[in-house]
Design a binder for this molecule. Structure first.
Ligand code: AMP
Length: 209
């Protein structure tokens, strides 16, 4: 099964993605995670990407398309995948379409998790990541256990101003691709307010599971 997961940062997308991945046995491919890994490897491509990411801007299409196309061709992605954070723009959606057409595959569902921006800002500013396990916590809603509290960090693009820019940019850039998938009857709008379990149940229901 090939699923796209769309939602701005702070919608609980990462947690939902983990559960979908486990239940369906497909890899979770996150463009943000892949880009961050490329940056920390210190590769020239990473350096280029970092200039955009640290300002909350989208990384140019040609760079992201190249990275993601290479990833979805890996053997573990033959059974399908949950693509998270990609496509974010119309050219990226078209590049994915072309790649799928060539290999005779298709997208089954496009899941769009919806949370009002004000709520996202509250959720994201308190978000902390454990650099050892990559687990995500929230200082108020899901605090890290005391033994790791000292090592959790805030992502540099999770501060208030950068986040607001990322949200504006997200809505501007993704609205054309949302229409693109809606017109094909693939879009499933998932209200993202409520417990993780409630949101997860809505996701399964939207896919008829
Ligand atoms: P995310 O973890 O999905 O919030 O992504 C973090 C950052 O990586 C974004 O703010 C962008 O700078 C960059 N990024 C991730 N996915 C894409 C994409 N599909 N196209 C362009 N830039 C991306």
């Amino acid at each position: 099964m090939r699923i796209l997961l769309i939602g701005p940062p702070g919608t609980g997308k990462g947690t939902q993605a983990d559960r979908i991945k486990s239940r369906l046995g497909i890899p979770h491919i996150s463009s943000g995670d892949i880009l961050r890994a490329t940056v920390s490897e210190g590769a020239p491509l990473g350096k280029q990407a970092d200039d955009y990411m640290s300002q909350g801007l989208l990384v140019p299409d040609n760079l992201v398309i190249e990275i993601i196309m290479e990833r979805i061709l890996q053997p573990d992605a033959r059974v399908g995948y949950l693509l998270d954070g990609f496509p974010r723009t119309r050219p990226q959606a078209e590049a994915l379409d072309l790649a799928l057409e060539r290999s005779n595959f298709q997208i089954d569902h496009v899941l769009k998790i919806e949370v009002p921006d004000e709520q996202i800002i509250i959720r994201t500013i308190g978000r902390r990541i454990d650099p050892v396990t990559n687990k995500i916590y929230h200082i108020k809603f899901n605090p890290p256990p005391p033994e790791i509290a000292d090592r959790v960090i805030q992502r540099s693009d999770d501060d208030g101003e950068t986040l607001k820019r990322r949200l504006i940019k997200f809505h501007e850039d993704t609205s054309p691709i949302i229409d693109f998938y809606d017109q094909r009857g693939l879009l499933r709008k998932i209200p993202g307010i409520g417990t993780m379990a409630e949101v997860q149940n809505r996701i399964w229901a939207s896919m008829g599971k």
